[in-house]
Design a protein around this ligand. Structure first.
Ligand code: AMP
Ligand code: MG
Length: 346
């Protein structure tokens, strides 16, 4: 049986879920990025339960969440000075730092790797739950593997009811996309997954930072095991499109409607479309990022069979993360060939 807990101001409602977490249970909870599905990172059996509940491939490591830097000793073997600088600058917040793992962390958490991803989320409910449980919490996104991540409790209830012990409802997630994953174990810090903290922000603190090659070239094997899987996919077909190709999109919509398909558009411009469903995702990349997964899930609920998502028009900041999720969700399908230049720009 899955119990849903509503949290508003009184954080003592988290006590039973925290106890469950400490005792080896599974608890889904809100963070500022997306909802997480948590288990004690020190408990091998509990961690195994996460993979079963999500249907997650065994070779995809989990991020360990902490509420206090004092917990780091249990998670990593040491904290190099550059990582310390990152923690001071971006924690609590959407940055996962890859470091050498401590012996306490079972290899099921890291999928056999000697490194571990660690992050301190900024959401007050996440911080309170981890602190009350007293253990570092391994938590991937709280969705069924392959589906769009969850940014509202209703999404988690849809995917994980009957599969977890508790779902903590703390409202909608503000960032809406997952954390930036930054590998600090090599010579030059490398972004393995773009996310809520941008390349420019990291460079301002560290100097040289690069994107790992596989993010730009799909022929490279990704260093972050999770990046190789189909991800975030809605049930219908999804194509990406530049807003300036509105005319060509109008033709496609007419074509698919003519075939009797239900059509949908995720919009971030003032363009008008003749589609069965149009969801406004905001005009800024930040607004789009926080709306994307909810919009994809809404399209599924509405029964959209062919969808088109307008690409964001700004640059930098959250845009590379948004483009990365949109590319994965669409399986790389774009409406116009010449879009490729923009997509490889990262
Ligand atoms: P999720 O938990 O769904 O947000 O996915 C976590 C992401 O972090 C996946 O892309 C993982 O492959 C990546 N990740 C976690 N730990 C490591 C690690 N030790 N080395 C490389 N990537 C990692
Ligand atoms: Mg995920």
């Amino acid at each position: 049986m899955t119990k849903v807990i509503q949290v508003e101001r009184d954080l003592s409602v988290l006590d039973e879920a925290a106890k469950c977490l400490a005792g080896g249970g599974l608890v889904a909870f809100p963070t500022e990025t997306v909802y997480g599905l948590g288990a004690s990172a020190l408990n091998e059996a509990a961690v195994a339960g996460i993979f079963v509940a999500k249907g997650r491939p065994q070779d995809n490591p989990l991020i360990v969440h902490i509420s206090d830097k004092k917990m780091l000793d249990q998670v990593v073997s040491s904290v190099p000075p550059a990582a310390e600088k990152l923690m001071d600058a971006f924690w609590p917040g959407p940055l996962t730092i890859i470091l050498e793992k401590s012996e306490n962390i079972p290899i099921s958490v890291t999928a056999g790797l000697q490194t571990v991803g660690v992050r301190m989320p900024s959401h007050p409910v996440a911080l309170a739950l981890i602190e009350k449980s007293g253990v570092p919490v391994a938590a991937p996104s709280a969705n069924l593997s392959g589906c769009p991540s969850t940014t509202r409790a209703s999404h988690v209830i849809h995917d994980l009811t009957g599969r977890v012990d508790y779902i903590v409802d703390g409202g909608a997630c503000s960032v809406g996309l997952e954390s930036t994953v930054l590998d600090m174990t090599g010579e030059v810090p490398q972004i393995l997954r773009p996310g809520g903290v941008s390349l420019e922000e990291l460079q301002a603190v560290l100097g040289e930072v690069t994107y790992e090659p596989a993010l730009k070239d799909s022929r490279e094997v990704p260093k972050s095991p999770g990046m190789k899987y189909r991800h975030y996919a809605p049930k219908g077909e999804l194509y990406l499109v530049e807003p300036r190709y509105a005319e060509s999109l109008a033709e496609k919509l007419a074509f698919f409607s003519g075939q009797g398909k239900k059509t949908g558009v995720l919009r971030c411009s003032d363009n008008q479309y003749e589609a069965d469903f149009v969801i406004d995702c905001g005009k800024t990349a930040e607004a789009y990022a926080s709306a994307l997964f909810d919009a994809l899930r809404s399209m599924d609920d509405l029964g959209a069979e062919v969808m088109f998502a307008e690409l964001p028009q700004d640059e930098g900041g959250i845009v590379p993360a948004l483009m990365n999720r949109m590319l994965k969700a669409s399986g790389g399908q774009v409406l116009e060939e010449n879009l490729t230049t923009r997509i490889e720009r990262l």
